[in-house]
Design a binder for this molecule. Structure first.
Ligand code: WT7
Length: 627
């Protein structure tokens, strides 16, 4: 095994595409398709866009005023029409859009025409509540049909959704509601995870009074927890009972905003990544079709939550734009036991399975016996996303699922769609996201923008615009500019990577202070500001520490205020505080009380130095370190 792993990480082990499972109607030969696509990316993307319905075609494919992009200029479009109405009109109304599986094993399904009816009704509900084009709606919900219905209803009437992952707590929720200026919150009494109920509505209640723009809170009764309705709260079921099911799609401009999704960056304040109706649709539609070779009879399961970009693009919009049947599962991968994922695959005959490396590593730890219990022969294609996958986990994943090809997709909230990714026709190397998607010119460069030699680490960048790129950071255009002007003339992703002799990309991790815990994106500064808002804390520094299962875990260094003494109780209190301020996903694994932190002469904490010391690595350049 060790010898094999060595060979794999050297990049010499290549898995040739298996022609028996490869039935890509659209792409047979990556190299020639890629060459053509980057000769004329506008032609490539407009050919893809023509496969969708436009109320009015665009005048111009791209208006590129560096670094501001407009795609499908003056095109009139609605993503909800393309995700639902178009398919029902084409006779797919009776097809199952989603299967839902609850953590307790309960099951439901919804067809395209049923989904359309629900979306029309909820669109009317939103309109009645005074929500119109451009208004913001915060969605704080578990993984249930109503979550998806809410997103689609917003898109239908031109409202802008801002989803806050249900693993965030009141502090993070409030910050995101206030930043977006939301008029309405849609939530639920609770959601299930690891056998427990997260009482979402209760969390929302804690901060409702501090969000002046919020006029209404709509609550879905799902977890049967006792929820008190207070002033301004509305019951989803009641509203839906009274709603008419005849709402037409709003005719949107292709550049009209579709959603804001807050994500972590290097400062304490999350960034509101803004995506638009037209270009985003073209990007996610095309990548589902090509990367996952989506066919009518497929059953697609992306295990993410719609609270993250993976869910937006590859649970909701991408699969629906392809008229696919998908699975949503509301629960944890190991509840009630580590066979959960495999049993759902067997039961629903899942053909394409897209999950996170952290989940694979977790299941790998539980042993081969769990996947071996189930019939996984329906699977034909696998995917991973969120963080680098180690070759060992890659090989295990492939082995237990019957040697199916793995699409290791690299992308970001900001990119909207998969950017560096295999397609079923690309030979695979375990641990490599392989090559750029057609139309995308990716490179690895130094800080000046010069390409680095093969096998040498550098910054991962994109050289040209693409339709599903974020258009701005909401209310903070300077932060948008930073992506495009830190290194001249390119989009800097914030990752470090290297390429090998075959032009394959190997993503190594973040180059900034973003931490990936179990694939969740968190910012050091965000956690630090949560910590210093605790009365005992004077200063803090946060680093990501490598972890065999979770990728990284959070380690914090804390300087206490005068008169405070370190104790185990205080550590627990700080963990609890981070939990309320951000959420359970941000709880530190390790807290160390210190009396000093390495800082630059201008007072910035040098997390890099802390990390190197923690890992026993050379600290590197410390010339800016204060004495
Ligand atoms: C960051 C973006 C995009 C969907 C989920 C994450 C890391 C993502 C991979 C991969 C190595 C990956 C990067 C990236 N990342 N996919 N296949 N291999 N790293 O979206 O929360 O915006 O995080 O996730 O560091 O920059 P996100």
């Amino acid at each position: 095994m060790t010898e094999l792993l060595e060979r794999l990480s050297s990049g010499d082990e290549v898995y040739k595409p298996d022609n028996a499972t490869m039935s890509v109607a659209t792409v047979k030969d990556y190299e020639s398709v890629y060459r053509e696509s980057v000769k004329d990316p506008q032609k490539f993307w407009s050919d893809r866009a023509k496969e969708l319905d436009w109320f009015k075609p665009w005048d111009k494919v791209l208006d590129w005023n560096y670094p501001w992009a407009k795609w499908f200029v003056n095109g009139k479009f609605n993503i909800c029409h393309n995700a639902l109405d178009r398919h029902v009109k084409n006779g797919l109304g009776g097809k199952i859009a989603f299967y839902w599986v609850g953590e307790q094993g309960d099951k439901k399904q919804i067809t395209y025409s049923q989904l359309l009816t629900e979306v029309r009704k909820f669109s009317n509900v939103l309109k009645k509540l005074g929500v119109g084009k451009g208004d913001k709606v915060t969605v704080y919900m578990p993984r249930i049909f109503q979550q998806i219905i809410t997103l689609l209803a917003c898109a239908r009437i031109g409202a802008v959704h801002s989803v806050v992952y249900s693993g965030f707590s009141s502090g993070a929720l409030k910050e995101r509601i206030v930043a977006a200026g939301s008029k309405v919150i849609v939530t639920a009494d609770g959601g299930f995870y690891k056998g427990k109920i997260t009482e979402l509505k209760k969390i929302a209640d804690e901060i409702k009074g501090e969000c002046p723009t919020v006029e209404h809170v709509v609550v879905v009764r799902h977890a049967n927890s006792f929820t008190e309705f207070t002033r301004g709260d509305l019951d989803w079921d009641e509203l839906m009972r009274e709603a008419k099911d005849d709402c037409e799609c709003e005719v949107m401009d292709s550049e009209d905003p579709l959603f804001i999704l807050y994500t972590s960056g290097t400062t304490g304040k999350p960034k509101g990544v803004l995506h638009v109706q037209g270009g985003y649709a073209v990007g996610v539609y095309t990548t589902v079709k090509w990367v996952f070779d989506m066919k009518q009879e497929d059953v697609f399961w992306c295990t993410a939550d719609a609270g993250w970009i993976t869910g937006h693009s590859y649970i909701v919009y991408g699969p629906l734009l392809n008229g696919a049947t998908s699975v949503i599962y509301e629960g944890a991968p190991t509840t009630p036991d580590p066979g959960r994922f495999w049993s759902i695959i067997e039961d629903l005959k899942v053909t394409i399975f897209y999950t996170a490396p952290t989940a694979i590593r977790l299941l790998m730890k539980s042993g081969d016996k769990w996947p071996a219990k189930y019939n996984l022969s329906s699977l034909r294609l696998l995917g991973t996303v969120g963080e680098p996958i180690n070759p060992e986990a890659w090989l295990w994943y492939r082995k237990v699922t019957g040697e199916k090809p793995i699409m290791d997709t690299w992308w970001q909230t900001e990119t909207g769609m998969t950017m560096i990714t295999p397609m079923p026709c690309v030979p695979l190397k375990p641990g490599s996201a392989t090559k750029p998607f057609p139309g995308i010119i990716a490179d690895i460069v130094d800080e000046k923008g010069n390409a680095v030699p093969i096998n040498k680490g550098g910054y991962l960048v994109i050289r040209n615009p693409w339709p599903s790129m974020m258009r701005t950071v909401y209310n903070d255009p300077d932060r948008y500019l930073k992506y495009w002007n830190t290194i001249p003339n390119v989009y800097m992703a914030g990752d470090v990577a290297h390429s090998d002799k075959d032009g394959y990309f190997w993503i190594m991790g973040r180059s900034d202070d973003v931490i990936k815990v179990s694939g969740y994106r968190l910012g050091s500064a965000e956690i630090e500001s949560a910590l210093v808002s605790h009365p005992s804390v004077a200063e803090s520094a946060v680093i990501g520490k490598p972890d065999a299962v979770r990728g990284e875990v959070i380690k914090v260094f804390v300087i206490l205020r005068e008169g405070q003494t370190p104790s185990e109780e205080l550590k627990e209190a700080l963990k609890k505080h981070v939990r309320t301020e951000i959420g359970p996903i941000a709880i530190p694994s390790e807290i160390e009380f210190v009396t000093w932190l390495p800082k630059t002469r201008s007072g910035k904490i040098m997390r890099r130095v802390l990390k190197a010391k923690e890992l026993g690595l050379p600290v590197g350049d410390t010339s800016t370190l204060e004495d």
